[in-house]
Design a protein around this ligand. Sequence first.
Ligand SMILES: *[C@@H]1O[C@H](CO)[C@@H](O)[C@H](O)[C@H]1NC(C)=O
Ligand SMILES: *[C@@H]1O[C@H](CO)[C@@H](O)[C@H](O)[C@H]1NC(C)=O
Ligand SMILES: *[C@@H]1O[C@H](CO)[C@@H](O)[C@H](O)[C@H]1NC(C)=O
Ligand SMILES: *[C@@H]1O[C@H](CO)[C@@H](O)[C@H](O)[C@H]1NC(C)=O
Ligand SMILES: *[C@@H]1O[C@H](CO)[C@@H](O)[C@H](O)[C@H]1NC(C)=O
Ligand SMILES: *[C@@H]1O[C@H](CO)[C@@H](O)[C@H](O)[C@H]1NC(C)=O
Ligand SMILES: *[C@@H]1O[C@H](CO)[C@@H](O)[C@H](O)[C@H]1NC(C)=O
Ligand SMILES: CC(=O)N[C@H]1CO[C@H](CO)[C@@H](O)[C@@H]1O
Length: 714
Amino acid sequence: MGTFWSHERSPEGELPNEPDRQQAMAGRVLMSILLFCLLLGSSVLLVYIFRSCGPRQCETPVCLDLLARYLASGNTSMAPCTDFFTFACGNAKGITNSFQTLAEENKSRLRRILEAPHSWRIGSGEEKAFKFYSSCMDTRAIEAAGAGPLKHIIEELGGWQISANWTSPDFNRTLRLLMSQYGYFPFFRAYLHPHPTPPHAPVIQIDQPEFDIPLKQKQEKQNQEQKIYAQMMREHLAYLNRLGTLLGRNSTQMQEHAFLSIFITSQLFQFLRPLKQRQAQGELFQMVTIAQLQEMAPVIDWLSCLQATFPLMSLSPSETLVVHDLEYLKNMSQLVEEMVLKHRNLLQSHMILGLVNTLSPALDSNFQEARWELSQKLRELTERPPMPVYPRWMKCVEETGTFFEPTLAALFVHEAFSPNTQSAAMELFSAIKDAFRTHLERLPWMSEETQKEAQDRVTKLQMKMGAPEWALAKQEYSDIQLGPNFLQSFISCVRSLKARIVQSLLQPFAHHRWQVSPWGVNAYYSIPDHMVVIPAGLLQPPFFHPGYPRAVNFGAAGSIMAHELLHIFYQLLLPGGCPSCDTHALQEALQCLEDHYAAFPLPNGTSFNGSRTLLENAADMGGLAIALQAYSKRLLWHHGETTLPKLGLSPQQLFFRSYAQVMCKEPGPMDSQDPHSPSTLRVHGPLSNTQAFARYFRCPPGSLMNPSSRCQLW
Ligand SMILES: *[C@@H]1O[C@H](CO)[C@@H](O)[C@H](O)[C@H]1NC(C)=O
Ligand SMILES: *[C@@H]1O[C@H](CO)[C@@H](O)[C@H](O)[C@H]1NC(C)=O
Ligand SMILES: *[C@@H]1O[C@H](CO)[C@@H](O)[C@H](O)[C@H]1NC(C)=O
Ligand SMILES: *[C@@H]1O[C@H](CO)[C@@H](O)[C@H](O)[C@H]1NC(C)=O
Ligand SMILES: *[C@@H]1O[C@H](CO)[C@@H](O)[C@H](O)[C@H]1NC(C)=O
Ligand SMILES: *[C@@H]1O[C@H](CO)[C@@H](O)[C@H](O)[C@H]1NC(C)=O
Ligand SMILES: *[C@@H]1O[C@H](CO)[C@@H](O)[C@H](O)[C@H]1NC(C)=O
Ligand SMILES: CC(=O)N[C@H]1CO[C@H](CO)[C@@H](O)[C@@H]1O
């Protein structure tokens, strides 16, 4: 209200001296006072009328659905000022992770789309996507086919040793087929990617291979770790033996093949140099021609293998590649050469076993069980929590989504992101953006110059919501051949997807490449495009709906949007990131933030060291402050606020309740890589830093949610 009643003071020099003027003045002042009283009286009356009516209760189905979620998620007998996290998130059945729930529910939405009866035009993208999904779900056919389709593929690769008389096929031919037909890279990875330095033209890059066993490097191994390492090797050995048996191999014979495969993998692993080490040696990547690489790592026929893998490009020996770890490639070549001389047959088996492992998602239940059991044992040994078991439909939805993304994107957006939702979301975003710009003017540590730049960047910011137009373009997937079995369909899809990625990179243009599916739930900021991306999957209940009370949309989706906006400016907070700012005031604000988070006790009685999560804490806190400012402004100019029935929350209280709902998540073991604070702190940190929260919930001074001091960073 402050801005409404503040007067501009007239400058002293203009005040007249004469008595008659003074009288006239007095008259005018009296008049003004009278008018002022009249105005005040009528506004008090208006406020009274509004108050007595109270906010309308939203009882539409979407609101009742939201109410049910809120009732199910929180424990309303907890006093909000004592522990707002439990009040909003802590029910008896444990805490559900809001984002994960949203992601899963949205997958089940895709499932309903994929399982609804439709009649698509034969050969259309939709028909292919639906057919792929249903053949993925047809476990009876997959079980009936068993290892047959896989054996067929192994034959095509030249087979593997059956009798002593067998001569192994050409190494280069097998490798070429694995890379080009199955997208499998046993000894290194090759992919097309923008060059690391400007102008970032796409270039083929050769990188270290991916190992799915979390191996430790020799020098790092301690006694205890060595034992675990040995155990992991044994588990892996058992797994390879099991694969052999599933493929009808004699287990005594298989032993030797499995053993050598493990040996090769662990040797290759010793050759890897960690990123940090390469960085320190100034060898992050090197530019090398194919001919030069052929000399340095001669065992592989680079030109023919790469040409087959990237058929859309026309390669020659003088083609330049980006190589990420040349030393590794040299050592790898030496090792493989030795193997070719001594154990040619076993090397072939090694490559085949690796392929079988990567194809296991498309194989029958025996192979999947073997793979799953291995992962569980490795997780146990590395003391990670067991993997949850996902139902088959979820895996099939994920795979269909990966291979047929443009088609599913269009279907999803059609169902879940109507023009009405989109325009409501856009309106919310511009309210947040406006509040953000006003907010920038009030930051004590920001210099005028920085502030101008910041305003300018906000103005130029691009925003994408829902799904990109180009991602919705009709696709026919003419290169995808479905059948005769699920494995072949799967492989055809893998190939087609790779080709599409290469093709899109080779196109001269560039749209911003989305890093999430339209049904994903992660918003992000892309630095090179200066663009905030919010996928349709995030702008869904319970975070957003055009029919929700405004308090919910501002508190949940609005805070997320403001949080993402703040990430544009996170460099300013880094040491030396804003030379023209008042560094002293900025440091003080940052220190205040760290102390604010450290004041909250953790469940194990220690206090939280927020130095690692400082940037995310700043964005959480600022995001809430900006969303609140936007909502308060909206309250001034619009009336007709609604709230949810039964909760007994005013619109302002509902705003805070909805903010907390976004953050609900089981405070599990801390992931040392997670840049976010534990969920309790993501609720308590920002809310307790907000004076309005304490006011609206009437928190007594000194209670957890109403501390004596607060910080203002954003
Ligand atoms: C809710 O919180 C109160 C107070 O902490 C506790 O006694 C009660 O058991 C909780 N109820 C549920 C359902 O978790
Ligand atoms: C996304 O998930 C929410 C629940 O978290 C659900 O209400 C909404 O309908 C889902 N949206 C789609 C498009 O599936
Ligand atoms: C193995 O090869 C030898 C000579 O090349 C041949 O005489 C013999 O019949 C072969 N045995 C089998 C089982 O094919
Ligand atoms: C496996 O093959 C070896 C010789 O190649 C043979 O001695 C052994 O009996 C076979 N084992 C089984 C279980 O068939
Ligand atoms: C693969 O081809 C390259 C180039 O022709 C050759 O130098 C190399 O010896 C071949 N590797 C094997 C194992 O035959
Ligand atoms: C207490 O819990 C926090 C986060 O859950 C963790 O980072 C910290 O290491 C724990 N401290 C002790 C002494 O267990
Ligand atoms: C928090 O951790 C950082 C580094 O991780 C350390 O420098 C700092 O001293 C710690 N602060 C406290 C209060 O322990
Ligand atoms: C890890 C490893 O074995 N690296 C070797 C790679 O090859 C060079 C030269 O051939 C050796 O010096 C390294 O020790």
